[in-house]
Design a protein around this ligand. Structure first.
Ligand code: 5GP
Length: 189
């Protein structure tokens, strides 16, 4: 069996020359996600919950956290395109895929991968509020400390990280690196 690993790290060979240091490894991700799942389970006992995953970055997070929440729940997905460069969003958001489900009798929990300026999430929160669900809260895996340009209410946060561009566990650079099991800094030069 070829595991496609060079040397002693878990980084597949295709990614080795572009990745910087490890930021969050697979085990820590698993632990944190199960902790968040327990918290959400407690907080939403007896309520109808709809998880809204934001594609594509939150695909693995949505899949993993949904299985750590011990409640009957519904899942839906949105896809947004944010104008900007490969590493900076502009906050001007276009909805590429809208929700399939009606929100009127649901408690919505947005499942987001990463918040940098916060402009994308702020737009999404307002967009979902405007559909009049019973509540809207957010669970975000990563937040870049101090980078937010808007005030945001994020109820569940996985990890606060420094201001560096990261990839893996769903996060991409030009659509590559999403399938890495851990999260790494990317060497941008
Ligand atoms: P914001 O609107 O908060 O500035 O940017 C949010 C979006 O930009 C995220 O949903 C994600 O798609 C992208 N983004 C921000 N920082 C990073 C990062 O460090 N790595 C990756 N892969 N995407 C990021």
């Amino acid at each position: 069996m070829n595991l496609d690993n060079n040397g002693d790290s878990d980084i597949p060979s295709f990614a080795q020359n572009r990745l910087g240091s490890l930021v969050i490894d697979e085990n820590l991700l698993t632990k944190k996600i199960s902790q968040l799942g327990r918290e959400i389970t407690q907080d939403y006992l007896g309520r109808k919950i709809l998880l809204v995953g934001v594609l594509k970055g939150a695909a693995y997070f949505m899949s993993d956290i949904s299985r750590q929440i011990s409640l009957p729940l519904q899942m839906d997905y949105m896809a947004v395109a944010s104008y900007g460069t490969a590493t900076k969003s502009s906050g001007v958001v276009r909805i590429v895929k809208d929700l399939d489900l009606d929100l009127s009798d649901k408690h919505v929990l947005i499942i987001e991968d990463i918040v940098d300026s916060g402009l994308t999430l702020s737009y999404l929160q307002k967009y979902l509020y405007a559909k009049h669900p019973l509540s809207v809260e957010t669970c975000c895996l990563l937040v870049k400390t101090g980078n937010q340009k808007v005030d945001l209410d994020i109820k569940y946060i996985g990890f606060e990280i420094t201001n560096e561009f990261v990839v893996g566990y769903g996060l991409d650079y030009n659509e590559i690196y999403r399938n890495l099991k851990s999260i790494y800094k990317l060497n941008l030069d």
